[in-house]
Design a protein around this ligand. Sequence first.
Ligand code: ZN
Ligand code: ZN
Length: 344
Amino acid sequence: MEQEFVNDFTRLLEELDALLVTHPANVRYLSGLPHAEDAWLWLDAKGPLVLATPLYENDLAEAGLPHLLGRPKDWPKLLAERARGRVGFESEHLSHAALEGLKAAFRGVELVPVRGRVEALRIKKRPEEVERIRRAMAIARVAYREVRPLVRPGVREVEVAAELECGMRRRGAEGRAFPTIVASGPHGAFPHAVAGEKALREGELVTLDFGARYQGYHSDVTRTLALGEVPAELARILNAAKAALEAALLRVGPGKPIAEADRAARAVLEREGLLPYYPHALGHGVGLEVHEAPRISFESEGVFEPGMVVTIEPGVYVPGLGGARVEELVWITEEGYAVLSEGL
Ligand code: ZN
Ligand code: ZN
């Protein structure tokens, strides 16, 4: 991964003499360092330079990356010698205290806030990244299949979540991608409900939203299940979410406008009178972060491009009644797309 990043240099340094990368996912993407939360990456015409604590000496030596070691508060001083002209920093990912440290250490340097430069490179996944996401999905798939018989009346939401997370870990996940959602009955009306003490009940919908992390990469998938016979209104909600998903997927593929996919989902829900109950965007990119660019919404600009890995996840949430969300993880290819979350 790290060899290729030299090619991306010109794009990253556009109108800058140097760029200081501080967002852990960005540092990891460019350097390949697995412990990027404790490192900065400096880029200038001389090449990359990693700033890290002495804990990471072995990792850095192994990776063959030029580096300087020290306490984080001393990193600005270590960089001062290379800092000149216009130095970009990631304004969304640098603490105010760290910025003050840079200002104090750098003399005659213009600090320029920049946003989204490395994120823009991360949008299109390289084959080895897709493989890791695929693996993270495969782990989640196996865990789901094992846990599926447990999803029945009388079992508490937290038990289902615990078994899912445990199953993913046992299958090789570094951890869960995010706190597992198991939301049943009226809980399902909250898009970001987690898993609570509530027991599942006959006649309810239950939404399971989960994923695994594997070698830094994530998976993300949602299924909504009916527990036995559900009232007609709940069945209608679930069918509408599924129909919205199908309509959206027809608009996914290379060169197709991103906004159209969300518009297609919204049109289905509008026909059902359920649009007011769909409060979020259709989806998001997935990679080193669970939520990353591109955002999939009716307001998004641009088109789907080969290499993107995104979720398509329409949902319907009716307060007091319940909710349904269906989420697929799709990889945009040259020909169309592949559903990485199939088989669940
Ligand atoms: Zn999800
Ligand atoms: Zn998602």
